[in-house]
Write a protein that binds this ligand. Structure first.
Ligand SMILES: [Zn+2]
Length: 231
């Protein structure tokens, strides 16, 4: 009996396994513990890639307990409506981006270079609408069977959020990895508030973090991120 209780107690205390679903422009992850939480859903149509990734990892669809979206841009929200309908799970988002999810439009962010301004014309402006559950303050994902936390921080968009799972820090688009040098931290192409975005990464980068996962490029080492933020 004592042994059984110990196993139950330790199952949720252990950080989830991090699995990458697919190999698209936007990284799509699953946090696998007692439950499974999907982090980001890619472009419109990428719900197919998420489901394929789950199947390839041997994860039954009914193990999925929630979807977390780092922010309301169409390369992150694209598959959310279809996945929420199919899997019948809540979609958690920073409260500041929930209105955009309901309207199916990208949250405000400004290009950080002339190249980014040019690129924005190739970036879908809309996506299928969905009702997101707002995250107003840092919260645990324990109720979804995953020992991880989500924290709304803003910066990239008003409602951008960060996910921490054990020693792994998911930063969404607060920073990105390089295109050629994927492990080199870079200023993201779009930001609502560059200083706030970078400050949020710095604040979340505790001594326990061993890997920083941006939604594009990476993975990044904490040391490389600290050097980038200090520049
Ligand atoms: Zn974005």
């Amino acid at each position: 009996m004592i042994a059984a209780l110990f196993v139950l107690g330790s199952a949720l205390a252990a950080p989830p396994e991090v699995i990458e679903l697919g190999r698209g422009y936007t990284h799509l992850y699953a946090l696998v513990g007692e439950g499974v939480v999907i982090v980001d859903t890619g472009y419109p149509g990428d719900d197919v890639a998420v489901l394929k990734g789950l199947a390839e990892a041997g994860i039954a669809e009914d193990k999925v307990t929630a979807i977390v979206i780092t922010h309301a841009h169409s390369d992150h929200t694209g598959g959310a409506a279809a996945l929420a309908a199919r899997l019948q799970v809540p979609v958690l988002m920073g409260a500041g981006d929930v209105p955009e999810a309901a309207q199916g439009v990208n949250a405000e962010a400004s290009p950080t270079s002339s190249r980014a301004a040019f690129m924005s014309r190739f970036f879908p402006e809309t996506f299928d609408t969905f009702t997101a559950t707002p995250v107003n303050a840092p919260m645990s994902l324990a109720e979804y069977g995953v020992d991880a936390q989500v924290s709304p921080v803003g910066g990239h968009t008003e409602g951008s959020l960060i996910v921490t799972a054990g020693t792994t820090l998911f930063v969404g688009d607060l920073i990105r990895g390089g295109v050629m040098r994927r492990k080199a931290p870079r200023l993201h192409y779009y930001q609502l508030d560059i200083a706030a975005a970078h400050a949020a990464v710095g604040a979340a980068l505790g001594p326990e973090v061993t890997v920083v996962l941006p939604a594009h490029g990476g993975p990044l080492t904490p040391e490389a991120v600290r050097r980038f933020l200090a520049d």
